[in-house]
Design a protein around this ligand. Structure first.
Ligand SMILES: Cc1ncc(COP(=O)(O)O)c(C=O)c1O
Length: 471
């Protein structure tokens, strides 16, 4: 047995020890102070290499102690899922195989696993078969991929080739989004030269849903025939609410040269559940969809997913120019193999398909639906318990997100008190969540997104929150 074998076995043991500790370790992580963490990790680069076993033990000790238990059952921060055991195991194999998912020739199984995952997900989400798909780092890069396809397609219809000519001299594109669109959408627009401050904003309602009268107003101000990209949202990051997708898409479709993009980072997963599918009604009629596997499917980071109904527009925006040394068939459909490079902004990259493959194959349709529904019902359970004990819930809990606000018992400022309760909960360590501001009011955010969260975890967490609120 080589030293390398021993190192890997020991590392697997350390990883398993960490995973076993998840249910009971302080969720906030073990270092309160960046100074201590820097003292432990920020050394000078050694002149000669150190023993691999010692370096791994150090990382396991420091990194493991510092790790925020976001893979565990009582992490409710942002929108962050854990890792299903099969997905994590597939991630280990992904590293061991070290395949470059750039070309079929560089990683044949990586390329075909992506094909399987792409097909399964199109089916699960009820999106048009034959759509293009690409596996990227996260939802932000999925937006980038989809909106690059959108930009190219609406300009092509206006007689302009953005892939070849860029944007200098191109017709203007009108970009519309709801007032509650996620910040990453604007980052993608920023990267694409579409500008994040020139977006035309349609107002939203108390749940953060795009208002149809507002969409109509904004569209009314845009000359017909203008290349147009409208961004809709399935799952608001704070409330979990959904834009009225079907009627909004109907309105946009009256325009001559339009593209509808949907941010479905976690909300698109509602399509997997017959009980929740009414929320995403009409979503399949959009042109592109951005989502990811690292939130609700519970695969390890990173795992973004871009889907584009017009596969040719997708490949036109992403496929690279010819390079003689690459064994690559530009122009999809001309070769029997599918080269991942044609569908994403990256060339060399991790073979992300394997974790998704393992997650989807081990869960099946019923498992994905069950995971999504379970998270939603646990969110509802926590909301009920908090309300029953005097907290205020600001949103309709339609999905897995809950916004909670606390009023101090003896009177006082609920904004400051809510922020204080969030700080106390974070320090307490039973669970972790973050705060936000919702339509001018401070709120605590609860996002239930982990496969391993149980009813007992939800109850224990609600109790800890109430204790921190002095109830
Ligand atoms: C609605 C929505 N869109 C986009 C994103 C960005 O996702 P990522 O961090 O994977 O890029 C998030 C993240 O929480 C989100 O909630």
């Amino acid at each position: 047995m080589s030293d390398g074998d021993d190192l890997l076995r020991r590392t697997a043991e350390l990883a398993v020890q960490y995973l076993r500790s998840l249910p009971e370790r302080p969720v906030r992580g073990g270092y309160d102070d960046v100074g201590a963490l820097r003292a432990a990790l920020l050394t000078d680069l050694p002149e000669s290499g150190e023993d691999p076993g010692a370096v791994i033990e150090l990382l396991a000790e420091v990194g493991g102690r510092a790790a925020v238990a976001m893979a565990g059952p009582r992490y409710f921060g942002f929108v962050i899922g854990g890792s299903l055991p099969a997905a994590l195991a597939a991630d280990w194999l992904t590293s061991a195989w070290d395949q470059n998912a750039v070309l079929y020739a560089a990683g044949p199984a990586a390329a075909v696993a992506e094909e399987a995952v792409g097909r399964w997900l199109l089916e699960l989400f009820g999106l048009p078969p034959g759509s293009g798909y690409g596996l990227v780092t996260g939802c932000q890069m999925a937006h980038f991929t989809c909106l690059a396809a959108a930009r190219g397609a609406v300009l092509q219809r206006a007689g302009w080739d953005a892939t070849a000519q860029g944007l200098f001299g191109a017709p203007e594109i009108a970009v519309v989004a709801g007032a509650e669109a996620h910040s990453t959408l604007f980052t993608a627009l920023q990267y694409l030269g579409l500008g994040r401050d020139r977006v035309l904003t349609a107002g939203t309602d108390a749940q953060g849903r795009l208002r149809l009268d507002e969409l109509e107003r904004v569209l009314g101000g845009i000359e017909d025939g203008t290349p147009l990209i409208v961004n809709l949202q399935a799952g608001n990051v704070n409330t979990g609410s959904f834009d009225p997708l079907r009627p909004a898409i109907d309105l946009v479709r009256r325009r001559e040269n339009s593209w509808v993009h949907v941010d479905g980072a976690f909300g698109l997963w509602a399509q997997a559940s017959t009980r929740l599918r009414h929320l995403t009604d009409g979503v399949e009629r959009a042109d592109s969809w951005a989502t990811d596997g690292h939130k609700w499917l519970n695969v390890p980071y990173d795992s973004g997913l871009a889907f584009v109904a017009d596969a040719a527009a997708h490949a036109r925006a992403m496929a690279p120019p010819h390079a003689a040394y690459l064994q690559y068939a530009p122009g999809q459909g001309q070769a029997p193999e599918r080269d991942p490079i044609s569908w994403v902004p990256e060339a060399s990259r991790r073979a992300r398909g394997f974790t998704l493959y393992a997650a989807l194959r081990t869960l099946g349709r019923a498992g994905v639906s069950g995971l999504v529904e379970r998270c939603c019902s646990l969110a509802g359970r926590m909301a009920e318990r908090l309300v029953a004990n005097g907290a205020e819930v600001l949103n309709d809990v339609v999905l897995n997100q809950v916004l909670v606000r606390f009023h101090p018992a003896g009177g006082g400022d609920p904004d400051e008190f809510t922020r204080e309760v969030v700080r106390r909960v974070q320090a307490d360590g039973t669970l972790w969540l973050s705060g936000t501001s919702w339509q001018g009011r401070s709120a605590m955010r609860i996002s239930v997104s982990n496969w391993s969260t149980t009813a007992a975890d939800a109850d224990r967490s609600a109790e800890a929150i109430l204790r921190c609120a002095g109830r």
